[in-house]
Design a protein around this ligand. Structure first.
Ligand SMILES: [Ca+2]
Ligand SMILES: [Ca+2]
Length: 128
């Protein structure tokens, strides 16, 4: 097996940089149900949860660094009254709410890496 060419090394470097940027941007998974962004899901999230459901603008103003989508407990893409019962179920259940899925992101990065690496293989030149 030959050592990678300079071009291949540049591609690999660019991919590593891309992966670093992506994991930095998405590396802190927000936790479903954690509406006050203290890293845990507990009774202290009840008031901000109800605020998120009833007054999204008020929630955004009061918790500007929190993701309101943490209140989308049933995962239907909307924060509304349908999330209330699942929220309280979450509070009653084990407090190990699933993090925002990062396995899909990791898989996408791996796929990009594989596509890029297989794309680096040079096709045989057809001479005229
Ligand atoms: Ca919390
Ligand atoms: Ca929802």
């Amino acid at each position: 097996m030959s050592s990678p060419s300079r071009g291949q090394m540049m591609w690999i470097g660019a991919l590593v940089l891309l992966m670093t940027i992506v994991t930095t941007a998405y590396g802190q998974p927000s936790q479903l149900g954690d509406l006050n962004c203290d890293g845990v899901v507990n009774q202290n999230d009840t008031e901000p949860f109800l605020l998120a459901v009833n007054d999204p603008a008020g929630y955004a103003a009061q918790y500007p660094n929190c993701d309101i989508n943490n209140a989308d407990i049933n995962g239907d893409g909307a924060v509304n009254s349908l999330d209330i019962q699942p929220f309280f179920d979450l509070l009653r259940g084990p407090l190990t709410a699933p993090a925002v899925p990062t396995a899909g992101l990791a898989g996408m990065i791996l796929l990009l890496l594989l596509v890029a690496l297989t794309g680096l293989k040079r096709r045989p030149q057809v001479s005229p």
